[in-house]
Design a binder for this molecule. Structure first.
Ligand code: PXL
Length: 271
């Protein structure tokens, strides 16, 4: 069994965070492990507003020991880190164990959470973790922050951002544009391998049930790497995977709806 780990927040609603990661790992036939950095909860009596509860440093270190010293995973994905010590511990373990297949999903805000996480934390993620990333997977907002470009509204700006983020150390950059570019008629992402750009397109779903899409696609990329795919191959497969998941998105309740990471099975059965 190929092992893979996520260092991420728990999304109590199950659609994003390490819950999305573990579901995705399982769909790729992998054995998933998880170190919880924060617990995110949503308040049904207050319009689903998010609260974040950090896991203390000793407990996080202990989880990383369990994961890395027990078995060295074939790939590691990080998601919402939430505290400066989670960024530092992630750096420490990825570099000490010379983990090559590290996918950095530089989560800076969750949809609906309101405030972005702190600028200091974003700077630490850029400085300490980008140089270790085999693939960094920012969304448009995060790409704007990491590159210093601010708001990104075109493919050309996405390309420039990808170049700058690679300049800060990520070996490959996948920018999740999805439906968010003003001109989008297809779900449009950019992949940059340090030399060339490719535009990665998929169906654009007219749906609001997209909770966890960013986590899921990054988890799918890390899963592809764990299975021995190149980053380019992993991105292509991840794009198919997220298309299938979003095509089967559903309302969890009156506030939020996730994709369905297991939907590809049905797609395949009915092909
Ligand atoms: O989608 C970003 C995200 C990442 N990680 C956790 C989250 C969210 C958004 O809700 O809760 C734990």
């Amino acid at each position: 069994m190929i092992k893979i780990a996520t260092i991420a927040g728990s999304d109590a609603s199950g659609g994003a965070g390490l819950e999305a990661d573990l579901k995705t790992f399982a769909e790729y036939g992998l054995y998933g492990m998880a170190a919880v950095t924060i617990i995110a909860t949503m308040d049904p009596s207050n319009n689903w507003s998010h609260a974040v509860f950090p896991i203390e440093e000793t407990a996080l270190r202990s989880q990383l020991e369990t994961i890395f010293k027990g078995v060295k995973p074939a790939a590691v994905k990080s998601g919402m880190l939430g505290t400066p010590y989670a960024v530092e511990l992630t750096r420490e373990y990825i570099s000490e164990y010379k983990l090559k297949n590290f996918v950095l999903d530089p989560v800076m805000v969750c949809k609906g959470a309101g405030q972005p996480l702190s600028p200091e934390l974003n700077a630490a993620i850029a400085q300490k973790l980008l140089p270790l990333a085999e693939v960094a997977t920012p969304n448009l907002f995060e790409a704007g922050q990491l590159s210093g470009l601010g708001e990104i509204t075109s493919i050309d700006a996405m390309k420039e951002a990808a170049k700058r983020i690679a300049g800060k150390g990520a070996r490959q950059v996948f920018i999740k544009g999805g439906s968010k570019l003003p001109s989008a008629v297809r779900a449009t992402d950019i992949f940059y391998d340090g030399k060339t750009f490719s535009i990665v397109e998929g169906d654009l779903f007219n749906t609001q049930w997209t909770h966890g899409a960013g986590c899921t696609v990054a988890a799918a990329i890390s899963s592809g790497l764990a299975r021995g795919l190149s980053a380019g191959e992993a991105v292509t497969l991840a794009k198919k995977f997220i298309g299938s998941s979003l095509g089967a998105g559903f309302p969890l309740n009156q506030w939020v709806g996730p994709g369905n990471p297991s939907a590809w099975r049905k797609d395949r059965l009915f092909e």
